[in-house]
Write a protein that binds this ligand. Structure first.
Ligand code: NAD
Length: 483
């Protein structure tokens, strides 16, 4: 079903994110018939280009990031005809009159995507208003990072609030746009089976891992000032934690869901120093040239920035009081894997012989590299070998049951952009959520700074520092293997 006609202005429309994610995503929605004929996409960036030059840039990006067999030439030509471009300076006056003229009198939904560095967010907002484009109907989309601590996030929220209402501001966390994240909510709140067991009485612990194989890549300058806590934990991991731990909202609507998420963050215990592990990757043994250590990659021989964090925390409420939550994220790890794992407790008593084997139910929600939900259940090993118990995964992804159409892979960005046009904020972070998340992470970071903490080294291609393994082992538990 097509969304309503829209004009989407992409500030930073020539940048890496726009070329890799936003424009290919819009093109896929166009091919799927979701973009109406009247829709316009207007690139606005510093680069000097005209509309035809911009179409070339976008055509090249689509060629690079979408397989050629996935679309026809006609589809591409048709899509490109929706594109326009304005060279603009977020910090100056160039281009604003032209943009205003393009937008004037348009009856469409207006959305402005801030795909530029965060230091430009305030300037863009102010100029949109000054040029009469910030009316109460339009929407703005802001990218991460949203601040670097509570003070800067608050300041940014206040700046945006000067020009826009909260219901116009769409703060992106693309983890929330993943199919499986929504499937997690369907599984939790659409079944009688799980919710009664979803608490400290039945759940032994929950672990959330976001492991990457890549290093800092081209983001060295930004990353060395941020680190894994700011870049990954404060946003992505905490969002996943909220969705797995929140109370059932009364309705599946934006504020009902976000109210419940906020309560989780506010109930989080401060993290004790001995429940925290920071790491920094070293070179890959035997491959130092291609996979150099972190400090070489960021060209800062004394850097104390972490590329890995593992921590244990608790949520102080009735549901979760005694259930530990373990969070872990790192770069240059053994494999690319994002997973939430709910490990249920042992059965209270085993009626089988000791050597029959004993397994815990494990619900595993994978977000990367493949999306899917599986539940490990214990059954009898088939065959004549007597009563031996094995663990088999029940696949809840339903790709087979739904057929090809049901299993259509929609990238997180595509879904989120369409949600912006539909005016649905459920999968976007509210300002108070972001601030609460910073309020929890700030003391962790300032604690490290006060102690002059040196991150523990770990080899590229490994499971992270041994201290992270130890954090679990002390509690007689184990991380799920990344590789
Ligand atoms: P980029 O450096 O590749 O692109 C920046 C864009 O902003 C360019 O189009 C440039 O022309 C434009 N720009 C810069 N200064 C400008 C000015 N004064 N006026 C108008 N336009 C200006 O950056 P990117 O990687 O595309 O990232 C954009 C935003 O998205 C950043 O906030 C970044 O943190 C965020 N982000 C990026 C990624 C990613 O994968 N690239 C992922 C998550 C979040």
């Amino acid at each position: 079903i097509p969304v309503d006609p829209f004009d989407l202005v992409i500030f930073g429309g020539t940048g890496d994110l726009a070329r890799r994610k936003i424009l290919p995503g819009l093109f896929r929605r166009f091919c799927a018939g979701q973009m109406p004929r009247e829709a316009r996409i207007i690139g606005a960036a510093r680069t000097e280009l005209d509309a035809s030059g911009y179409r070339d840039v976008v055509a090249e990006a689509i060629g690079e990031f979408i397989g050629h067999h996935d679309y026809t030439k006609d589809q591409l030509t048709d899509f490109l005809s929706h594109l326009d471009y304005v060279p603009i300076d977020a910090l100056g006056e160039t281009g604003w009159k032209e943009l205003q003229e393009l937008m004037a009198g348009s009856p469409h939904i207006e959305a402005y995507y801030f795909s530029v560095g965060p230091r430009l967010f305030g300037d863009l907002a102010e100029r949109l208003q000054r040029w009469g484009m910030a009316d109460s109907e339009c929407r703005i989309v802001v990218e991460k990072p949203f601040g670097r601590d509570l003070a800067t996030a608050r300041e940014l929220n206040q700046t945006l609030a000067t020009y826009f209402n909260e219901d116009q501001i769409y703060r992106i966390d693309h983890y929330l746009g993943k199919e499986t994240v929504q499937n997690l909510m369907a599984v939790r709140f659409g079944n009688m089976l799980f919710e009664p067991l979803w608490n400290a009485q039945y759940v032994d612990h929950i672990q959330i891992t976001v492991a990457e194989t890549v290093g800092v890549g081209g983001r060295a300058e930004y990353y060395d000032k941020a680190g894994a806590m700011r870049d990954m934990v404060q946003n992505h991991l905490m969002q996943l934690l909220c969705l797995i731990a929140m109370e059932p909202p009364a309705r599946f609507d934006p504020d009902a869901v976000r109210d419940e998420k906020l309560k989780v963050i506010r109930a989080l215990d401060p993290v004790k120093p001995h429940h925290l592990v920071r790491g920094q990757y070293g070179a890959e043994p035997g491959n130092e040239e291609e996979m150099p250590d972190y400090r070489t990659a960021v060209d800062n021989p004394r850097s104390r920035t972490e590329s890995f964090v593992a921590l244990k925390t608790h949520i102080s409420n009735w549901r979760w009081a005694s259930t530990p939550f373990y969070l872990r994220t790192g770069k240059r790890m053994a494999a690319r894997s994002s997973e939430i794992t709910v490990v249920f407790k042992d059965t209270p008593h085993s009626i089988f012989a000791e050597d029959a084997g004993r397994h815990r139910n494990v619900l595993s929600i994978q977000l990367q590299p493949n999306e899917g939900i599986t539940l490990g259940v214990t059954i009898k090993e088939p065959g004549p070998g007597g009563m031996r118990l094995i663990d088999v995964p029940l696949d809840m992804t339903f790709a087979e049951a739904l057929g090809e159409e049901g299993a259509e892979q929609v990238d997180a960005y595509e879904r989120l952009i369409m949600d912006v046009i539909r005016g649905n904020q459920t999968l976007f972070m509210r300002g108070d959520e972001v601030e609460a998340a910073w309020a929890w992470t700030d003391p962790i970071i300032s604690g490290w700074e006060a102690r002059n903490d040196v991150p523990k080294p770990y080899d590229s291609g490994s499971e992270g520092p041994t201290d992270a393994t130890e954090l679990m082992r002390r509690d007689s538990r184990e991380w799920r293997k990344v590789s």
